[in-house]
Design a binder for this molecule. Structure first.
Ligand code: P71
Length: 438
């Protein structure tokens, strides 16, 4: 725990950017659910069974077997984390001038698509951009939007449709099975691949179980398997759903794509049987994947997020509805309506929450969105602060402290002033940008 004076100093030194705080100065860390979950006793036991051979580690073959069983993808390549898989896949599938439609951008995913010469086009349904819409599947794709792109550019210019389950930037919102099936039918007709960002697929499966007709009695494991079956391949950051501190993979069903990826991985990550990971990391991942599709686990995990969200709603704090899978997304435009988007309302709010109680959150608004290839800022409709909940780490009492602190800031919101950016890095600026108080 820290004093208000210590937090003020720490925030100044961090340039009002929560990414630049030292974790020792943080009381409750809601920056991300990425790599921050607690490993189970089984996973730790697996760590002790690392086979650290350079090539052909037994942990790799176990991981491959588990991915085939749990997700159904045929060929896998481990990578150090999600963006390693995104890099390899984008370089293989995207040609200069290609269009990559997707259900809302994610920062690293879009950047790799752009670096490979592609252009991301958002085809998520309009409801996703409206924090108040209660639509149960705000991760859905608009087939009309996709069809317009196909008509305009031709299917030949679209290497794949990029589909995330539990759409992060929309607030952890799920895509429905029905929408996925329709997308599969459409893309099969036009001979376009679907690549699945499966970082939070189990959380998406839970919402399908809770909300979609016909899935009430199906297990999360069965739903996960079915989701994957409508897609041609996947990139995975195993640091989220799969409950590890580091790791990821690329998975495909097409042998030719696999062959290219297996060759390319040696340039960027490591040999194709370890991809930048230790044998023990692959073992922990294999066990974490199995744990992640347990109904009891996922119900407890999302139940905690919903507990916090309902408390915030009771306090009158504006949050994205419905409550998402991995965290609570506070609507900074509504929270701080007097601060224009050019003065970074979400960045400001994240700084104020930290000042109040030492809780660290993350900006997901205009700073995260960055600039277009032509240098102009993206202005996303959603200007959010993400309160991300690590898995198996915090208690219900922590959730109470978080909601109470947010309420205190809400009560003094009228006196809060915005920020100006004084340092802006070229790539993924939100990580290292610095700000000053206006
Ligand atoms: C999150 C992260 C980690 C992160 C990444 C970039 C900015 C801030 C925080 C990472 C994801 C993700 C999805 C849907 C791919 C990645 C990259 N999320 N897809 O939410 O959420 O994976 O971090 O393992 O490279 O805090 P990676």
């Amino acid at each position: 725990m820290t004093t208000p004076g210590q937090r003020k100093k720490a925030l100044q030194e961090a340039g009002f950017n929560t990414f630049l705080l030292r974790s020792e100065d943080v009381y409750i860390d809601l920056l991300t659910d990425s790599g921050t979950s607690a490993m189970s006793d089984s996973q730790w036991a697996g760590m002790m069974q690392g086979d650290e051979a350079y090539a052909g580690s037994r942990n790799f073959y176990n991981l491959e077997k588990v991915i085939r069983e749990v997700y159904g993808y045929q060929y896998i390549i481990p990578t150090h984390q999600g963006r390693g898989a995104e890099n390899i896949l984008s370089r293989i599938l995207i040609r200069k001038g290609d269009i990559v439609p997707g259900n809302m951008y994610f920062t690293t995913t879009r950047l790799h698509q752009e670096l490979a010469g592609g252009k991301f086009e958002d085809i998520i349904i309009d409801e996703a951009h409206d924090p108040e819409s209660e639509f149960p599947f705000k991760g859905n794709v608009s087939l009309d939007k996709l069809d317009k792109l196909v008509q305009q550019y031709g299917a030949g210019r679209i290497p794949y449709v990029s589909i995330a389950t539990s759409v992060n930037m929309a607030g952890g919102q799920p895509i429905s099975m029905n929408n996925l099936k329709e997308l599969r039918a459409y893309t099969s007709k036009h001979n376009i691949r679907i690549i699945h960002d499966m970082t939070r697929v189990a959380e998406n499966a839970f919402f399908i179980q809770q909300r979609e007709k016909g899935y009430e009695k199906k297990s999360v494991a069965a739903i996960v398997r079915e989701i994957c079956s409508y897609t041609d391949g996947a990139t995975m950051s195993a640091k989220k759903d799969a409950l590890v501190n580091i790791g990821g993979f690329l998975a495909v069903n097409d042998w030719h794509v696999f062959e290219e990826a297996r060759n390319m991985v040696v340039v960027y990550e490591g040999l194709h049987t370890y991809g930048g990971l230790a044998g023990r990391d692959m073992e922990a991942m294999a066990i974490g994947i199995q744990e992640s599709v347990s109904d009891d686990h996922i119900r407890a995990r999302i139940g905690q997020v919903i507990y916090l969200g309902e408390k915030m709603i009771d306090y009158g704090i504006p949050i994205v509805r419905p409550i998402g899978g991995h965290g609570i997304f506070v609507d900074a435009k509504k929270f701080l309506p007097h601060i224009p988007q050019d003065c970074y309302p979400a960045q400001t709010l994240a700084a104020e929450i930290y000042l109040d109680s030492g809780i660290r959150t993350m900006e997901r608004g205009v700073v995260s969105a960055g600039r277009k290839a032509n240098g102009k800022n993206y202005y996303p409709k959603l200007e959010l602060v993400r309160f991300t909940i690590p898995r198996r780490v915090y208690t219900q009492a922590h959730m109470d402290v978080i909601a109470e602190s947010t309420l205190r800031v809400y009560e003094r919101k009228a006196r809060i002033k915005g920020l100006t950016m004084v340092y802006e890095p070229k790539y993924l600026r939100f990580f290292q940008a610095r700000f000053q108080k206006l």
